[in-house]
Write a protein that binds this ligand. Structure first.
Ligand code: PMP
Ligand code: GLN
Length: 384
C-alpha cells in the first residue's frame, strides 16, 4: 500500500464483519438490511438475465434507469436533470464519491469534510492527492448540528469541494436547512462545489424532512447529488448508485468512472429502473418500518445502560458506552463479537482532527428484522 493510503488499509466494516462471521455474532456493525427489496425488482433482474441483457450497458448507465432517476429526482426535489448529460449510473454511491473527487479535485486542492464522516471520503481524497480539511458536528440540546465556526475555518481560496452527507452516517443526524444554508453560502463565496451524499434520503423519521443542498439558491449548478439503490431498495450487494448534477461536473465524474469500472451490471440496472418506476410505495413504506426498528433497538440499548442520541434518519444510532464502564470504545467494539455475539463499529475511523471529541462513541445498526434485534437485545443484556 502506498503511504498516502496506508491509514486506510482495511475498512472498519471489513474488520468488524469478519469478526462477526468468525464469532457467529449478530452484525449490527456494517449497515445492510437482512430482508430483500421488492419482489418485482428481483423478478425484473431474473427476467433481464434470462432475456439476454448480459453485455455492457451504455457508458453512463442503462438509458431507462437514467430516465427513471431523473424523473424520480424531479418529483422529489424539483431539480430538472437531463438523463443523457446530467445523470450517471455508478457502481454504488462509493464509486460516485470516488469519481467525483478523483475527476474534479486536482493535486493539492482542498476538500472540506465534516467529522465524523463516512470513511470513504478521506480515502478518496487521499487517492486524489488532495488536502482534507475538517469541520465538525457538535452535540447541542440532544441533537447533532453543524459547528459553523469550524466550517468557516475549514474553507479557503484553495477549497474545491465540500462533501456533505445528510441523513448522516454514522450519527443518524439529519442536517436542518439552516446548516445546509451555511454550507451553501460558503460554497458560493469560495466558488466550491458540493458533493452531496444522500444515500439515506428516504430514511428520515418522526416527520423530519430530508433537504438536498442542491435545492438551495445557487446550488443546483454547483452540486453533485449522489444516491444509491442499495439503501433505497434493500439491495446493498447490487452496487447500483448514481450521481446527478450539472453536465460539466457529471462529465468530470464520468471521465474518472470510465477508468474505475467502465460500467456496472446491466441486468441489475434494468431491475432498479423497474423498481424506481413501479415501487415508489415500497420505498416510502421502508421509512416507517425502519423507524420502528430504531425504536426497538433504542429501547434495548437504553435498558442496558448506554446513553443514546436519537437517530433522526439512516440505519444507525449513536451510543455512548461510558456508563457501562467502557474506557476504550474502539478496543471494546473489537472484543464485543467474541464476548457477547453482537458487533458494532466505533467512531474512531470516522474522525481525525476532532478525534478526541468522538472516540468514546459507537454506532449500532438497526436495519434488521425484529426477531434479530430481539436476539441482539438478549445478548446485549449480558453487559448489565
Ligand atoms: N455513503 C454513505 C453515507 C453510506 O453509508 C454508504 C454505505 N451504504 C455509501 C456511501 C456507499 O454506498 P454504496 O453501497 O451504494 O456504494
Ligand atoms: N454503508 C454501510 C455502513 O456504513 C456499509 C459500508 C461498507 O461496508 N463499506 O455500514
Amino acid at each position: 500500500t502506498v503511504p498516502r493510503l496506508a491509514p486506510h488499509a482495511t475498512t472498519i466494516f471489513a474488520e468488524v464483519s469478519q469478526l462477526a462471521t468468525r464469532h457467529d455474532a449478530i452484525n449490527l456493525g456494517q449497515g445492510f438490511p437482512d430482508t430483500d427489496g421488492p419482489g418485482s425488482m428481483i423478478e425484473a433482474a431474473v427476467r433481464a438475465l434470462r432475456e439476454g441483457h448480459n453485455q455492457y450497458p451504455p457508458g453512463p448507465g442503462v438509458t431507462e434507469l437514467r430516465h427513471a432517476i431523473a424523473d424520480v429526482e424531479r418529483a422529489s426535489t424539483g431539480l430538472v436533470r437531463d438523463p443523457d448529460s446530467e445523470v450517471l449510473v455508478t457502481v454504488g454511491a462509493t464509486e460516485a464519491i470516488a469519481g467525483a473527487v478523483v475527476g474534479l479535485v486536482d493535486d493539492d486542492d482542498e476538500v472540506v469534510v465534516i467529522e465524523p464522516y463516512y470513511d470513504s471520503y478521506a480515502a478518496t481524497i487521499a487517492m486524489a492527492g488532495a488536502v482534507r480539511n475538517s469541520a465538525r458536528l457538535v452535540l447541542s440540546d440532544g441533537r447533532f448540528r453543524l459547528d459553523v465556526g469550524s466550517l468557516r475555518a475549514a474553507f479557503s481560496p484553495r477549497t474545491r469541494a465540500i462533501i456533505v452527507n445528510t441523513p448522516h452516517n454514522p450519527t443518524g443526524a439529519v442536517l436542518p436547512r439552516e446548516d445546509l444554508e451555511e454550507i451553501a453560502a460558503l460554497c458560493r463565496e469560495f466558488d466550491a462545489i458540493a458533493i452531496s451524499d444522500e444515500v439515506y434520503e428516504h430514511l428520515t423519521f418522526d416527520g423530519i424532512e430530508h433537504i438536498s443542498i442542491a435545492t438551495l439558491p445557487g446550488m443546483a449548478e454547483r452540486t453533485l447529488r449522489i444516491s444509491s439503490a442499495g439503501k433505497m431498495l434493500n439491495c446493498t450487494g447490487w452496487k447500483v448508485g448514481w450521481v446527478t448534477g450539472p453536465a460539466e461536473l457529471v462529465a468530470g465524474v464520468r471521465t474518472a468512472k470510465q477508468y474505475m469500472s467502465f460500467t456496472g451490471a446491466t441486468p441489475l440496472q434494468i431491475a432498479v429502473a423497474h423498481a424506481l418506476r413501479h415501487e415508489q410505495e415500497w420505498i416510502t413504506s421502508l421509512r416507517s418500518g425502519m423507524q420502528d426498528r430504531r425504536d426497538q433497538l433504542a429501547t434495548v440499548l437504553e435498558g442496558v445502560g448506554f446513553d443514546l442520541v436519537v437517530a433522526q434518519g439512516t440505519y444507525f444510532v449513536t451510543a455512548d458506552p461510558r456508563p457501562l464502564g467502557v474506557t476504550d470504545a474502539a478496543a471494546w467494539c473489537l472484543e464485543l463479537p467474541e464476548r457477547i455475539g453482537v458487533a458494532a463499529v466505533p467512531f474512531t475511523p470516522f474522525v481525525d482532527t476532532f478525534a478526541d471529541e468522538w472516540s468514546h462513541l459507537v454506532r449500532f445498526a438497526y436495519c434488521k428484522r425484529p426477531e434479530v434485534l430481539d436476539e441482539a437485545g438478549r445478548r446485549l443484556q449480558s453487559l448489565t
